[in-house]
Design a protein. Structure first.
Length: 247
């Protein structure tokens, strides 16, 4: 861990807010290696003794967020009673503790999946009110008509209520199949598969390629990488409701 501002370290440890931490620093309540700290000072909790009112600061583990390119057949769960492979099995043993998948991809689907130990991140990416977009490449049977694509964009009835507006465009069509790009801001159970079935174009292959601004890019199937905080912090900051664009 690199050196960080003391008020940030105190807030990360759950001791106070950053603003309150600044007040404590100005009041002389914080020491680093026995020296009274000042506002603006930084420290490394792994190599320096940070104390508040004489009590050592217990730092928390750095937040962890991983991007996984989930293969078909892998279950979006931390464990499976049937003994099937789970998304945690795709990561090294030393990284698995405390992680959970953010949302779901059914076993027959593949692509971008986040795993984290951050509950707030999970909430913001899975609750519809935050309007975070997820983008999919969907291979369907046949060639959907412009009317069928318009119905998908505007919403169809699933379980008695309309799906939210979606962005849908055809990337490529052949005689027997079409490749679509679908962007959703909700995630009902097997939603894309069920909508495609209703429109008469069953899904052949479904891959999620992006979660908000986080893209698979060249990440190979079955592989993962740990995200830098700058890649996912905007999800926590940009939480205001955003309008839907059905185009």
């Amino acid at each position: 861990m690199t050196r960080q501002r003391l008020q940030k370290l105190m807030a990360a440890a759950g001791l106070c807010s950053r603003r309150r931490g600044e007040d404590w620093l100005q009041a002389g309540r914080v020491t680093v290696d026995g020296r009274v700290a000042s506002l603006g000072d930084q420290a490394d909790p792994n190599s320096q003794l940070i104390e508040v009112d004489g009590v050592p600061l217990i730092s928390v583990q750095e937040p962890r967020v991983f991007l996984l390119n989930k293969p078909v057949g892998v279950i979006c769960s931390c464990r499976d009673p049937q003994g099937r492979a789970t998304v945690l099995d795709c990561l090294p043993h030393q990284e698995r503790s405390g992680l959970h998948p953010v949302g779901r991809l059914d076993a027959d689907s593949r692509g971008a999946l986040l795993l984290t130990d951050q509950g707030e991140l999970t909430l913001r990416l899975t609750h519809p009110r935050y309007n975070h977009a997820k983008t999919y490449r969907v291979l369907v049977r046949g060639i959907p008509s412009s009317q069928a694509l318009r119905r998908w964009r505007e919403g169809l009835l699933l379980d008695g209520r309309l799906t939210r507006p979606a962005r849908v465009r055809c990337l490529q069509s052949r005689r027997a199949s079409s490749l679509l790009e679908v962007e959703l801001k909700e995630g009902r159970n097997r939603q894309i598969r069920r909508v495609a079935e209703l429109l008469g174009h069953p899904v052949i292959d479904l891959q999620r390629v992006a979660i908000d601004g986080i893209h698979l890019d060249a990440l190979a199937e079955g592989c993962w990488r740990r995200l830098d905080a700058t890649e996912w912090n905007t999800i926590l900051v940009g939480n205001a409701p955003r309008p839907m664009d059905p185009s």
